[in-house]
Design a protein around this ligand. Structure first.
Ligand code: HSE
Length: 437
């Protein structure tokens, strides 16, 4: 049998995903070698903790606490960073790139915040940084954008990109459970980030949206300009009312490319029951991409967890190896290819329909006053539902669905309504409704 070439790999970070990568190489190493025409040989695994049993049959002599020494070894060709965060992970990645070694990472936070710098260093040293696992777990969405859809202007991307949030929203809806209880279950299942606010306040989704947007639109995305709203404290009332109106609430990353600007936002959004994204439940992720040539495409799969993420990491390791053997990288993944940099759309200028839930004083004329303020801001009303008043309560839930309106007009109207005496006793809940047009 022909002797296969070898590519030496180093894994930095032996946590959930690191162990999944080692396990995948042990399980499917032969299959990969058959398909790729070279063998990926694990030269070492670095972690500060080399004693915890990860449930993987790894030769203990491959474990080290010295990541820097490991990535510098002559026989290491590809470096895999699975430490996470923006501290030592960034240091190791820069060290590897400066040595001309390709880096594979799942680190969306690092890419969203420092992607420009990392890609520049990679460029200077004629190497690359690959990040399939950073978005959508096991879904090959980066590959789809950079390869399968490269002939298209990307008109829009809608993504359910955070498994933890989708899991929480699904269980709240299906099992009528409160937010906190389901969050705990997601953390115990190993989906959630170490810092839960990254998931539930929408930042993990925003990091992933920024990575997708920079790839789709070829320009860096300043995170501080992205509208980010999470699902913290979401009330099951809204999930139930949305459901009565045949909508589901999803934490959606919304990317839309216009002629003059780009919209990038993350927010809980009402999606019609019969839209494919509404059917995405539990820890699953899905991404709908609309290209000007291809039309609408949809990608679905496990968005988090050890095995799914490992599948994406190993695919990138395979690409890095293929590129090395071919004499260099074959795609520009720097996300800075656009000839013209477009601004991000001002949040107030975004036009959409809205779900509004007022806690409204149950008294003649109050509804008319609210409708008149909305009308005064040019906001039309599609439908109104008033719920029954609970005993001894002066205020009732009133749900309104608006016509298409500018976000700024909605915000101004709600502020005016909040300022009125004897109208509402709580902040009005507002969610966007997405019609995918
Ligand atoms: N915390 C993330 C999620 C993990 O729940 O989707 C994958 O990035």
């Amino acid at each position: 049998m022909k002797k296969l070439k070898e590519i030496g790999v180093a894994v930095l970070g032996y946590g959930t995903v690191g162990a999944g990568v080692v396990e995948t190489l042990l399980k499917n190493g032969d299959l990969l070698a058959e398909r790729l025409g070279f063998r990926m040989v694990l030269k070492g695994v670095a972690d500060v903790d080399v004693t915890t049993d990860r449930g993987v049959a790894l030769d203990p002599s491959l474990l080290t606490t010295d990541g820097s020494a490991l990535l510098s070894r002559e026989d290491v060709d590809v470096v895999v960073e699975l430490i996470g965060g923006t501290g030592v992970a960034k240091t190791f990645i820069l060290q590897a790139l400066e040595k001309g070694k390709p880096v594979v990472t799942a680190n969306k936070k690092l890419l969203a915040e420092y992607g420009g710098e990392l890609h520049r260093v990679a460029d200077e040293h004629h190497t690359e940084i690959l990040f399939e696992a950073a978005v959508g777990g096991g879904i090959p969405i980066i590959k789809a954008l950079r390869e399968g859809l490269c002939a298209n202007h990307i008109e829009s991307i809608y993504g359910i990109l955070n498994g933890t949030c989708n899991y929480i929203l699904t269980r709240m809806e299906e099992e009528k459970l409160p937010f906190e209880e389901v969050l705990l279950a997601a953390q115990n299942a190993g989906y959630a980030e170490a810092e839960p606010s990254l998931d539930i306040d929408g930042y993990d989704t925003a990091h992933k949206a920024a990575v997708l947007a920079s790839l789709a639109y070829g320009q860096p995305i300043p995170l501080e300009k992205v509208t980010v709203r999470g699902i913290r404290g979401m009330s099951s009332l809204d999930i139930d009312y949305a459901s009565e109106m045949e909508y589901r609430i999803k934490l959606l990353a919304i990317l839309r490319g216009g002629a003059d600007d780009i919209e990038v936002s993350v927010q809980p959004t009402l999606v019609a029951h019969n839209h494919p994204l509404a059917a995405v439940s539990g820890v699953f992720n899905a991404v709908q991409v609309q290209g000007d040539i291809v039309g609408t495409t949809l990608y679905y799969g496990r968005g988090a967890g050890r095995a799914a993420t490992a599948s994406a990491v190993v695919a990138d390791m395979a690409d890095a190896g293929l590129n090395l053997l071919a004499g260099g990288r074959r795609r520009d993944l720097s996300g800075v290819s656009a000839a013209k940099i477009l601004p991000l759309r001002e949040p107030g200028a975004v036009v959409a329909r809205y779900y509004l839930r007022f806690s409204m004083l149950d008294h003649p004329g109050v509804l008319a006053r609210v409708a008149s303020v909305l009308g005064g801001h040019g906001i039309g009303i599609d439908s109104v539902i008033q719920k029954e008043r609970a005993e001894n309560m002066a205020y009732v839930p009133v749900i309104m669905v608006t016509d298409q309106a500018k976000e700024k007009d909605i915000a101004d109207a709600l502020r005016d309504i909040a300022d009125m005496q004897n109208v509402t006793d709580q902040e009005t809940v507002r969610y966007r409704i997405e019609d995918f047009k």
